[in-house]
Design a protein around this ligand. Structure first.
Ligand code: HEM
Length: 407
């Protein structure tokens, strides 16, 4: 019953922003892959994985994530790179986002959570969208070694992504939309440039850095986040900085409040104390913050047996690949890691920020849980790049006793 309430609320982020697309996906989802003219929709897990790992993709095509990143950054970088260039950039980023790198960055968002959730202790409401914006802006700034205001960075990254998404709405191309997208991208790049030159961020946290509890197992790496991603905030790597900020901030601002709302509506808070990792994984699975991955085939192949031709548009439906649409979150019996990890993509371009995102979501859920918050008001963001809330207010139903770890 409570899960039904949670699902009903979460569906609003799709229904209010893209009702026709949502209806089309719902109507076709029983087939593993469906062709509609020059577009192939990949619904099944196999079709989704084929699209990411077996079909050659045009990483710079208009209307794809890579194409948008390319225009945003003026150079494309990571999303559209292949071969040696991509592997080199990925390696540097992987070091910054390794278990050690995440542990060094973690105090940044722990501080934001402590400060921004404090009103709950006094029984006052908190807007979790605003908290997620500051938290992700502060994290991105620290990752890039930039001295910029966290909320200003988050606002610029959200505006750049939203304007980029609007530019690609179906219908006649509107020059106004293109100009708005360029303006928003320029504002983000200017902000990033104004903040470069800051001291490497994670240094103070190195001594006694906390563990990455809640982080799934994965390759533990060494590396120096300050000396790798931070360098991306300067010089000719500005494009990478913009792309990273957009990727990290928009997914977090969309995903974190949705996960918390589901947790509150379905009353899953107790799992944050008994099985935080499973709770985090399951909430990421059902909310699938990047529910659709738009791609273009650069050559022929097939999605779950359905032939794909060069130039076909592919819509890879992450939400369906992980059963987000039909299996409620079950922290006591979670989907296996190879399934839940698919919300972060697969193959050579899989999300390098997955570990950071998992630890950050787990920390936010753990910080909220003692208050057993409930949602009091929520408004869908109809213009954001990813389905999400514009505001989502929660109030506590319980106050942790003074002296408890989060009080
Ligand atoms: C819940 C949060 C997040 C979700 C659901 C998510 C999901 C994704 C997905 C689905 C992709 C495409 C993967 C593919 O094509 O196979 C991606 C790529 C990417 N993500 Fe994330 N992401 C999240 C958070 C982050 C964070 C926090 C960062 C940075 C700190 C980040 C940085 C990136 C980058 C740089 C890429 C491009 C990788 C490449 O092209 O090689 N993401 N993400």
């Amino acid at each position: 019953m409570t899960q039904a309430r949670a699902r009903r609320r979460d569906r609003q982020v799709y229904l209010r922003s893209h009702p026709l697309l949502f209806a089309l996906l719902a109507a076709t989802r029983r087939s593993p892959a469906v062709r509609l003219g020059g577009t192939v929709l990949a619904h099944s897990r196999g079709a989704y994985a084929d699209g990411l790992t077996r079909v050659p993709l045009d990483r710079t095509a208009e209307g794809t994530t890579g194409g948008a990143a390319g225009r945003l950054t003026g150079g494309g970088l990571l999303f559209d790179q292949d071969g040696d260039a991509h592997r080199g950039t990925r390696r540097s980023l992987a070091e910054s986002l390794s278990a050690d790198g995440v542990a060094r960055l973690r105090p940044v968002w722990i501080e934001v959570l402590g400060r921004r959730l404090a009103p709950l202790a006094a029984g006052r409401p908190v807007d979790l969208v605003d908290v997620a914006a500051e938290l992700s802006g502060a994290t991105a700034a620290a990752l890039l070694g930039l001295d910029v205001d966290a909320r200003a960075l988050a606002a610029a990254a959200r505006a750049a992504a939203a304007a980029g998404a609007r530019e690609h709405l179906p219908g006649l191309p509107l020059p106004g939309r293109r100009r708005a997208a360029h303006r928003a991208a320029r504002h983000l790049n200017d902000l990033l440039a104004s903040g470069s030159g800051a001291a490497p961020p994670a240094a103070p946290a190195r001594a006694g850095a906390p563990s990455t509890a809640g982080c799934p197992s994965g390759e533990a790496g060494g590396g120096d986040p300050a000396g790798t991603a931070a360098d991306a905030g300067r010089g000719d790597a500005d494009g990478l900085a913009a792309m990273l900020a957009v990727a990290a901030i928009n997914t977090t601002v969309a995903g974190l409040p949705r996960a918390a709302a589901w947790c509150a509506d379905a009353d899953l808070w107790a799992y944050a104390e008994s099985d935080l990792e499973a709770l985090t994984s399951e909430l990421l699975r059902v909310t699938a913050p990047t529910p659709l991955l738009p791609r273009v085939a650069a050559g022929s192949g097939s999605l779950a047996g359905r032939p794909v031709r060069r130039g076909d548009r592919l819509i890879l439906v992450a939400r369906h690949a992980v059963d987000g649409h039909r299996r409620d979150p079950e922290p006591a019996d979670p989907a296996p890691p190879h399934v839940t990890q698919l919300v972060f993509g697969a193959g050579p371009h899989a999300c390098p920020g997955a570990r950071l995102a998992r630890v950050q979501f787990a920390d936010a859920l753990a910080a909220l849980a003692p208050y057993r918050p409930v949602v009091t008001a929520a408004r869908v963001d109809r213009s954001s790049a990813l389905p999400g809330w514009a505001t989502l207010f929660v109030i506590p139903t319980r106050r942790p006793s003074p002296g408890s770890p989060t009080a």
